[in-house]
Design a protein around this ligand. Structure first.
Ligand SMILES: [Zn+2]
Length: 351
C-alpha cells in the first residue's frame, strides 16, 4: 500500500523542479553562430552594393505594405479618397501662364525662387570671375539699354530687380535665373546683329521669368521623382534609370514647350517695346548657321527645339506681334515705319 500524502503536498510537488532533471533529448554541442561571417569588413554605407541592398529592402517593405493595404476591405474607398485628394491638389495648384494662356501645375512660391536665385547668382558670378565686363564697356551698355526698354513692358512689378551681366565668352548663349538676373555671353552679340536681335534674345530670357518656368520645372521634378519611385516599386526598374526614362518621356518635351513659350512671350514683349519682331526670326536663321558648325543632338533628345522649328513658330506669330506693336503706337512713333508698311502689304493691314 502506497503511503498517502496530503492533497496540498501533492499540488505543491508539481511546482518543485527536480535538482538534476533528465534531458528528454541527448545533449549535443551547439555550433557557435555569428551574425555575419568572420574576417569581413563592415558594410560601407557609401558603396553602390550597400545602397542597392538598402533600396531593395525598402522596395520589398513598401511593396509588402502596399499589398497589405490592397487586402483591406476598405481599400477601394480609401484609394478613391486618395485619388480625389490628389486630383483636388492638382486642380488647386493649376495656374495660367501670362501671354500664352497655358494652364500648368505649380507648387513653388515666388519667395522660394528668390531665395534660390540669390545663391545661384553668387555661384555664377564666382564661376565667371575675371570675365565679367565692366558697366562702362559698350557691350554692357547695349545689353542694359535694351533690357531697360523691355523690362517695364514685361508685366512684372516695376521694382523687380532686373540685372544684366555680360560675360566675355565665345559661346553664342544667354540665360536667366529667377529674380531677373540675366547673363549674356559676348559670343551671342554678333548673332543678334544689333538692338532688335538682342531684344529678341533678352525678350526670350525675360519670358522665362514672366512664365516662372523654373518654378514649373521644380514642381515637375518633384512629381517625376515620385513617379520614378513608383516605377521602381512596381516594375523593378532602378530609380536612376526610371527617372531618366521619365525625363526623356515627360521632362524634355515639356522643356521644349517652355522654350517655345519663352519665344512667344519674348516676341510679344519686343513688339510691345517697339523693336522689330522680324528680327527674332532673323536671329534664329543666323543661329542655325552657327549650329551647323558644331554637332547637335536630334531635337527629340534635346531640351530646346531646333532653330528651324523656332523660326517657323515665330513666323506664324508675326501677325499677332505686329498687332501688339500697333496697340503700343509703335507705328506712330516712327520706329520701323518701313517694316509696318511691308507688314501691311503682306497681311492686308493699312496704317
Ligand atoms: Zn530659353
Amino acid at each position: 500500500m502506497l503511503p498517502s500524502i496530503s492533497p496540498s503536498l501533492r499540488i505543491a510537488s508539481r511546482f518543485i523542479r527536480p535538482r538534476f532533471p533528465t534531458p528528454r533529448t541527448p545533449l549535443a554541442p551547439t555550433p557557435p553562430t555569428f551574425s555575419r561571417p568572420l574576417h569581413t569588413t563592415p558594410p560601407n554605407p557609401s558603396s553602390a552594393r550597400y545602397r542597392y541592398q538598402q533600396r531593395q529592402r525598402l522596395r520589398t517593405g513598401a511593396y509588402t505594405a502596399f499589398l497589405r493595404w490592397t487586402s483591406r476591405p476598405t481599400f477601394l474607398l480609401e484609394a478613391a479618397g486618395l485619388g480625389a485628394l490628389t486630383g483636388s491638389f492638382y486642380l488647386y495648384n493649376l495656374e495660367e501662364v501670362p501671354v500664352s494662356g497655358r494652364r500648368r501645375f505649380n507648387i513653388v512660391s515666388e519667395s522660394f525662387l528668390q531665395s534660390l536665385s540669390e545663391d545661384k547668382n553668387k555661384e555664377i558670378l564666382n564661376q565667371y570671375q575675371g570675365r565679367i565686363l565692366p558697366e562702362s564697356d559698350a557691350r554692357s551698355k547695349q545689353v542694359r539699354r535694351v533690357l531697360e526698354r523691355l523690362a517695364p513692358n514685361s508685366g512684372l512689378p516695376l521694382d523687380y530687380n532686373w540685372q544684366a551681366t555680360v560675360i566675355e565668352s565665345e559661346d553664342a548663349n544667354a540665360f536667366v535665373i529667377p529674380g531677373g538676373k540675366v547673363f549674356v555671353f559676348t559670343g551671342i552679340l554678333p548673332v543678334c546683329d544689333g538692338d532688335d536681335g538682342l531684344a529678341a534674345v533678352l525678350g526670350h530670357e525675360i519670358g522665362h521669368n514672366v512664365a516662372r518656368h523654373m518654378a514649373e520645372q521644380i514642381s515637375r521634378n518633384i512629381f517625376l521623382i515620385g513617379a520614378a519611385w513608383v516605377v521602381e516599386l512596381f516594375w523593378g526598374v532602378p530609380g536612376d534609370m526610371s527617372l531618366h526614362l521619365l525625363q526623356f518621356a515627360i521632362d524634355m518635351p515639356k522643356s521644349r514647350a517652355q522654350e517655345s513659350e519663352a519665344d512667344h512671350i519674348g516676341l510679344m514683349l519686343m513688339a510691345k517695346s517697339c523693336y522689330d519682331p522680324k528680327a527674332a526670326v532673323a536671329v534664329w536663321e543666323r543661329m542655325e548657321i552657327e549650329e551647323q558648325k558644331m554637332p547637335r543632338p536630334p531635337e527629340i533628345l534635346s531640351t530646346h527645339p531646333s532653330s528651324s522649328r523656332r523660326q517657323a513658330e515665330l513666323t506664324a506669330l508675326l501677325p499677332r506681334a505686329y498687332e501688339v506693336s500697333l496697340d503700343s503706337d509703335c507705328a506712330i512713333t516712327g520706329q520701323y515705319t518701313d517694316e509696318f508698311k511691308q507688314f501691311g502689304q503682306d497681311f492686308g493691314f493699312s496704317f
